[in-house]
Design a binder for this molecule. Structure first.
Ligand code: SF4
Length: 347
C-alpha cells in the first residue's frame, strides 16, 4: 500500500483507482493547438495531462490551460529549476523533475520550497538515460538507486507529496527497477516504459511492462509512451487496465480463435459486436464461441453468449440456454440479449 498524493483533487496511490496519464506533443506555447489536444485527451479518458515547459513564454501560455481545464496538469521540467518554481507558482498540480539535472542542490531546494508553499506535488522521474550524479550503470539497480537518492534529496527539505517514476526502454529493467523501488519505500509509483516505440510495438512493450507490475499489485498511475497521437496512449492505457482487471466498466468480448469446427462467420460477428458494445460503461461479459467444444462453458460463464453448432447456434444468458437459433439470426439475437441485460442493469 502506497501513500496518497493528490494532484488537484485526483488521488494517486493509497489504493485509489489507477489513473491514466498522457502528455501533449503540440508546442506548449501554441494555446490553440495545445488546448485542442488537452480536450481530446480528456475526452478519451485521460485523468492527468502533462506538458513539457521549456521557456518563460511556455509558462505564460500554461496560465491559460490552468484557467480553462479542470483536469490536473503536470509541468515537465528539465534542467531549469526557475521554470519549475514558476510552474508551481502559477498553479500546476504537479511538477515532474529529475533532481539530477534541475540545477544542483540549490535548484532542488528552491523547487521543493515553492512546491511546499503552493501545495504542488512533485514527480521524481528518473530515466535510464539520465541517472542521478554518482550512480553508475544503466541496470535496474542503478535506476532504483538513482531514484531513491533523488527522493531522499527532496525529502531532506521536509517534502512528502512525492510520486516516483523509474523508466527504461528495456521492459525487464523497468519491471525490476520498479519492484526494487516499491520494496524500498511507500511513495506512489508512476509506471511507464519510456521511448517504447510506435503505436503497435510500443503498446505491446508497455502492456508487458506496465501490465506485469500492475498484476503484482505495483503501480498507482500509468503512462503509455508512444510515438504518435497521444490519444492512442490513453486508449492503450485503458486497455492495459482492462486486461489486468483494474477497469471493469466496459463490455468484455470473449471470443475463440476459431478452427475448422467453426461453421459461421465468427470474425464478422465479433467485429460487429465490438462496434455495438463500444460505448458500454457498465461491467458486461459477452462470449462469442465457434463450437460446442469450449463454447457452452465460456458462454455460460458470461452475461450472455453464443456457441455455434452445425447449422444452428445456442444462445446463453446468465448461465442458462435461452434458445437455439439459425446462424443467420446470431447477430440480431445476441444484440437483443445485450440490450435486454443493459436495460435490466439500468433499472
Ligand atoms: Fe475451435 Fe470450437 Fe475452440 Fe472455437 S471453440 S477454437 S471453433 S474448438
Amino acid at each position: 500500500m502506497t501513500k496518497t498524493v493528490y494532484v488537484k483533487n485526483t488521488p494517486i496511490g493509497g489504493g485509489s483507482r489507477v489513473t491514466i496519464q498522457s502528455m501533449t506533443n503540440t508546442p506548449t506555447a501554441d494555446v490553440e493547438k495545445t488546448s485542442r489536444q488537452i480536450s481530446r485527451l480528456v475526452a478519451a479518458g485521460c485523468d492527468i495531462v502533462r506538458l513539457a515547459v521549456s521557456s518563460d513564454a511556455e509558462v505564460e501560455a500554461c496560465k491559460q490551460y490552468i484557467k480553462d481545464f479542470d483536469v490536473p496538469l503536470v509541468a515537465d521540467i528539465q534542467f531549469d529549476h526557475r521554470l519549475a518554481v514558476a510552474c508551481s507558482d502559477i498553479g500546476f498540480a504537479k511538477v515532474r523533475i529529475n533532481p539530477g539535472n534541475i540545477g544542483g542542490e540549490d535548484g532542488v531546494k528552491r523547487v521543493v520550497q515553492a512546491c511546499k508553499a503552493n501545495r504542488t506535488a512533485i514527480r521524481v522521474g528518473v530515466n535510464g538515460g539520465s541517472l542521478e550524479g554518482g550512480v553508475i550503470g544503466g541496470g535496474a539497480e542503478a535506476l532504483a538507486k538513482s531514484a531513491l537518492k533523488s527522493v531522499d534529496k527532496v525529502r531532506s527539505y521536509g517534502f512528502e507529496d512525492i510520486v516516483i517514476s523509474v523508466k527504461s526502454s528495456d521492459v525487464r529493467t523497468m519491471i525490476e527497477a520498479n519492484r526494487l523501488v516499491s520494496q524500498a519505500c511507500d511513495y506512489p509509483l508512476h509506471l511507464g516504459v519510456t521511448e517504447s516505440g510506435d503505436v503497435e510495438g510500443g503498446t505491446l512493450k508497455s502492456a508487458i511492462g506496465i501490465g506485469a507490475l500492475l498484476a503484482m499489485g505495483i503501480g498507482d498511475t500509468i503512462r503509455v509512451s508512444l510515438s504518435g497521437d497521444p490519444v492512442e496512449e490513453v486508449k492503450a492505457a485503458r486497455n492495459i487496465l482492462r486486461s489486468v482487471g483494474l477497469d471493469k466498466s466496459f463490455c468484455e468480448l470473449i471470443s475463440c480463435p476459431t478452427c475448422s469446427r467453426c461453421n459461421y462467420d465468427l470474425e464478422g460477428t465479433v467485429r460487429e459486436l465490438r462496434r455495438f458494445t463500444d460505448g458500454i460503461s457498465v461491467p458486461l461479459k459477452v462470449a462469442v464461441m465457434g463450437c460446442i467444444v469450449n463454447g457452452p462453458g465460456e458462454a455460460k460463464n458470461a452475461d450472455c453468449g453464443v456457441a455455434g453448432g452445425k447449422d444452428r447456434a445456442v444462445l446463453f444468458c446468465k448461465g442458462e440456454i435461452v434458445k437455439t437459433v439459425p446462424q443467420a439470426d446470431i447477430l440480431p439475437e445476441i444484440k437483443g440479449l445485450i440490450s435486454k441485460i443493459l436495460a435490466e442493469k439500468n433499472q
